[in-house]
Ligand binder design. Structure first.
Ligand code: HPA
Length: 273
């Protein structure tokens, strides 16, 4: 399916009927980072299934709600629940949320995710600010007819993880109890976790963490020139990094155990924007 400008405009026109302000910041919450959404004041909650032309979330740990409101005095729109290629969505479909944020007039998008640690200096419960990514599998989300209202056919990805926002995130790290790194995220389409041999290969290529999301959204943001900050919560060491195999329960438990501190950290960044 080809997505025209009007396809995205129809979604945005519907959402604009729900609130009478322009959100300054958009945030997409990854697995089990949902508690952040509970802190939004004066929430206006819209179920994905009620939004025309939108997608629905199929992952149990992803809520499937778009929430408008205020947090730290900032007007925000928050996606509690995101979409992944492993759910069966095409890479082209994954452009939808960011393009809607762009048309809503959002200035900055924050992307969060759960990831496996590849860098042996990382520990579960740490956070990694994405400085760059490696995406070797799957199509580009920008494949197909270029929707030129959003950006040019060919576009640069240098500094697509906005340096100014990474600096803010690093400054805020010193006031957080979390250990915060900056590194390279490897996109893996999943849904199976990686093999130990894959993880050794990704490390040799320069990756520090691995996950199944974020990069499609980040590329869409780069195409439409939207500043982004992407934060990975290291929920486990990736396959084969330690002798103890991890489970998806461990991923969820770690995400839950640091969700409060992580929310505080994200809020401290938002106050600086
Ligand atoms: N690999 C891929 N995605 C993940 C992981 C992992 O180890 N942990 C959390 N999301």
């Amino acid at each position: 399916m080809e997505y025209s400008f009007d396809y995205f405009k129809k979604i945005t026109d519907f959402l604009k009927t729900k609130v009478d302000y322009t959100p300054q910041i958009a945030i997409i919450l990854g697995s089990c980072l949902g508690p952040f959404a509970e802190q939004i004041e004066d929430p206006v909650v819209v179920d994905y299934q009620d939004i025309p032309n939108f997608l629905v979330s199929t992952v149990a740990s992803h809520a499937g709600k778009m929430i408008f409101g205020t947090i730290c005095g900032r007007k925000v729109v928050c996606m509690s629940g995101r979409f992944h290629n492993y759910e069966g969505y095409t890479f082209e479909q994954l452009v939808i949320p960011i393009r809607v944020f762009k048309l809503l007039g959002v200035e900055t998008t924050i992307l969060t995710n759960a990831a496996g640690g590849i860098n042996v200096d990382y520990r579960p419960g740490d956070v990694m600010i994405l400085s760059d990514h490696i995406k070797m599998n799957g199509d580009s989300p920008l494949r197909g007819r270029n929707v030129s209202e959003f950006g040019a056919r060919f576009f640069s990805t240098v500094d697509m993880y906005t340096p100014r926002l990474r600096e803010v995130a690093k400054r805020c790290a010193s006031a957080s109890a979390l250990t915060i790194h900056e590194g390279v995220y490897y996109f893996y389409s999943g849904p199976q976790f990686e093999t130990p041999a894959e993880i050794r290969a990704f490390r040799a290529l320069g990756a520090d963490a691995v996950g199944m999301s974020t990069v499609t959204e980040a590329l869409t943001a780069a195409h439409c020139n939207m500043p982004i900050l992407a934060l990975a919560v290291i929920t486990n060491m990736a396959a084969g990094v330690t002798d103890i195999p991890f489970t998806s329960e461990e991923v969820n438990d770690t995400a839950k155990s640091i969700s409060q501190q992580f929310s505080e950290y994200v809020k401290s960044i938002m106050r600086e924007l």
